[in-house]
Ligand binder design. Structure first.
Ligand code: NAI
Length: 462
């Protein structure tokens, strides 16, 4: 690794990447594989939000939560484990161990490739230069991949008891009463974790349902499950003030009595991270995001952008895919653009949500007539063994291919791979219905749903 600020030197590359998160490092890896000379600029750690503050550490928390729930439910299957006690310090140590191992592997991978990793704050100087300190990195192409930062609300002051997901990962103890502000992806994941750890949780969501981007049936199933878990939900109401005092936080909600909590988690979205010096480019923007075409090209020739910095889904695997597309485009290959509609999504709360493609409402809007099937996990042997409720919902354009798959239930996110193939390959239910699914697996539920949609239900009434 080299360091910035080493005395005004200049280096020439085919590609200079600003930001070593999912999009940036994936692009650097692929570009180096394709023989391009690459510099990768990062002020913090390779891996970005996903590895250090997002996907990986939070899913480790969710795993710890699942273990606690499993212990709590153990007596149902005849195993007595007693009441689980969560030691957040040891959960954090386990979580950090996972992150550290992955980080060591990733840095090993990146440094084993002919990539110049430049540590320091990068700044755009012009369409062919990134400066790190007084070192000028000249690139025939630039990739802007600075990622995203958490948003808060104008009336919210973060503090000891008012935190974002970053602060929630640093907690030393399990708070008794938690109010989660925002019932989107981060909100429901953390609500699920805190509930499993023993907190009394209330989610306040401005829209009328949780995870509002998902199919309505998914939101309803999640809300039912959360109600059973005694997670409080205030839906269709905005938070208007958050006031922290010495020993609690008061959360004012429009048209309702205030809520009191020991911790408020603010989860109202993430927005693009600033790109130092971007104004010098005069690049076209789409709101706060950098506007790009399907190949990640901005309005400035030679300058690309990818990941959370560009409009659309803010997901690590979308960033990886976009980074690869950028590298291949620069190398003169003809990569297929990443289409958000075909990007698989998993929300890791309990019950887990997986989805790809269109919701039923979106499909109706596009195709007019649609057919749907909801296969209830009550009929799925493995789900019964695990004691989970949920469903698989398939949406097809009438007489046409499957355009949306929606999964709810413990561990159902693991089925997203097959779901994505169905949507990405525009599969007809009649063609995929004969595919075998091993018994007993939760995966069978997808097969049963396809059978039902093809008009030949086996373990359902169709
Ligand atoms: P989000 O956009 O998913 O949800 C934010 C929610 O806050 C919205 O439902 C909004 O209506 C609500 N809200 C906004 N202002 C409010 C107010 N004053 N009162 C009440 N509710 C209010 O954003 P979130 O959950 O913060 O996640 C950020 C990004 O990170 C998302 O794009 C998400 O996809 C990504 N992410 C993905 C994960 C995954 O794939 N498993 C995990 C965590 C994050």
């Amino acid at each position: 690794m080299s360091r910035g600020g080493s005395g005004g030197e200049e280096s020439a590359y085919d590609l200079v990447v600003l930001g070593a998160g999912s999009a940036g490092y994936a692009c650097a890896l692929r570009a180096s594989q394709l023989g391009l000379r690459v510099a990768l600029v990062e002020r913090d750690k390779i891996g970005g939000t996903c590895l250090h503050r997002g996907c990986i550490p939070t899913k480790a928390m969710l795993h710890a939560a699942e273990v606690a729930d499993t212990a709590r439910a153990a007596s149902h299957v005849g195993v007595d484990l007693g009441t689980p006690r969560v030691d957040l310090g040891r959960v954090a140590a386990y979580r950090q161990g996972v992150v550290d191992r992955l980080y060591a592997g990733l840095t090993g991978l990146v440094t084993s490739r002919p990539i110049d990793v430049v540590t320091g704050e990068g700044r755009v100087v012009d369409a062919g230069t990134i400066a790190v300190g007084d070192r000028m990195l000249r690139g025939r192409h630039l990739l802007l991949a600075t990622g995203s930062v958490v948003k808060t609300l104008p009336f919210v002051t973060l503090g000891r008891r008012v935190v974002t997901s970053d602060g929630a990962l640093a907690l030393k103890g399990v708070p008794e009463r938690v109010v989660v502000l925002g019932g989107g992806v981060i909100g429901v994941e953390f609500a699920s974790v805190f509930c499993s750890f023993g907190s009394q949780v209330t989610i306040v969501e401005a829209l009328p349902r949780l995870v509002a981007a998902e199919d309505e049936a998914v939101s309803k199933a999640l809300q039912r499950a959360f109600r059973q878990r005694r997670i409080g939900m205030v839906l269709g109401a905005s938070v208007t003030a958050v006031t922290e005092s010495a020993d609690e936080v008061e959360v004012a909600v429009e048209g309702r009595e205030s809520l009191r909590a020991d911790l408020v988690l603010v989860a109202v979205g993430r927005g693009p991270a600033p790109v130092p010096g971007i104004e010098t480019l005069g690049v076209a923007m789409a709101g706060a995001h950098v506007a790009v075409d399907g190949l990640g090209r901005t309005s400035v020739p030679g300058v690309y952008a990818a990941g959370d910095l560009v409009p659309g889904l803010q997901l690590a695997h979308r960033g990886f895919a976009q980074g690869i597309v950028v590298a291949e485009d620069i190398a003169g290959l003809t990569p297929a653009p990443v289409v958000d509609e075909r990007v698989p999504r998993v929300t890791y709360c309990d019950p887990e949500i997986g989805s790809v493609g269109l919701t039923e409402a979106a499909a109706r809007e596009r195709y007019g007539e649609v057919e749907t099937v909801e296969y209830n996990l009550a009929g799925n042997g493995k789900s019964q063994i695990l004691g989970t409720k949920g469903f698989v919902k398939l949406v097809r354009a009438a007489g046409g291919p499957i355009v949306g798959v929606h999964l709810v239930g413990a561990r159902m996110g693991e089925q997203i791979g097959e779901a994505q193939l169905l949507v990405d390959w525009e599969a007809f239910p009649e063609d995929v219905a004969p595919l075998l699914h091993a018994h007993p697996t939760q995966n069978e539920a997808l097969g049963e749903a396809a059978l039902a949609l093809a008009g030949k239900p086996l373990h359902s009434h169709g």
